[in-house]
Design a protein around this ligand. Structure first.
Ligand code: ZN
Length: 232
């Protein structure tokens, strides 16, 4: 039964909110979800909500003739995505997996780093109206700096590897940033879980000579912790 369960899980992953609604429907009406892809009655049986009381014999009819009621429910779920409790949850889940653009308020961007060696964003767009820009970094994890330190270093993309290597040579005492490295546009302090820091730099420095990147210079982190920064 592992395979059908996996298929159902995949179907749910494709339509999180719809499945959530269907589960509630199933609990009250014992109607299997309108999983048109359900190959057998066993799949419906794997549904924890409808499993105990959904005989396999009901499945073919329901699967082949999706009730208008269920269709409407699915439509409602999709419509509710942006406003109800289930919507934001699904959005959070997807945004934590695939990082997006940093939230910018005025001339400040908020960036988070976590215990899984990830930033919460993959790009920062600096408003062209800003002459100075601040990046605030918050370490939302719990691990100490020595184990999971994070910072934000900005360099031209072409300098990133060399600056990172020189930072590692500089060592933990230097926050893995080489002192006086003029290839570095800006760099925050290295911080551990629960801490925050920020750095402010002159936007003119990234208006030409790019593309520019930001990354964490803690050894090994830049492989995952990096993104683009540009003036928009
Ligand atoms: Zn890091």
């Amino acid at each position: 039964m592992k395979l059908p369960a996996t298929l159902l899980a995949a179907a749910c992953a494709l339509a999180l909110s719809a499945c959530g609604d269907d589960s509630r429907d199933s609990a009250t009406t014992a109607t299997p979800p309108p999983a048109a892809t359900a190959p057998t009655g066993d799949t419906a049986g794997a549904d924890p909500a409808s499993g105990p009381e959904a005989p396999g014999t009901q499945v073919p009819a329901d699967a082949t003739t999706p009730p208008a009621g269920d269709t409407a429910a699915a439509g409602t779920a999709a419509g509710e995505t942006g406003t109800t409790g289930t919507g934001p949850a699904a959005t959070d889940a997807s945004s934590s997996g695939a990082a997006g653009q940093a939230a910018v308020e005025g001339c400040t961007a908020n960036v988070e780093g976590n215990d899984r060696m990830q930033y919460n964003v993959s790009s920062i767009v600096v408003p062209a109206s800003c002459s100075e820009f601040t990046i605030k970094l918050t370490h939302t994890g719990q691990l100490p700096e020595a184990a999971m330190g994070h910072n934000v270093v900005i360099t031209a993309a072409s300098d990133m590897a060399a600056v990172s290597a020189d930072g590692i040579s500089a060592g933990a005492g230097a926050g893995y940033v080489k002192s006086g490295d003029n290839r570095i546009v800006a760099a925050t302090d290295m911080i551990g879980g629960g801490e925050s820091t920020s750095v402010t730099f002159d936007v003119a420095k990234i208006k030409s000579g790019g593309p520019y990147q930001f990354f964490c210079s803690f050894p090994g982190h830049a492989a995952l912790m990096k993104g683009t920064i540009s003036v928009g």
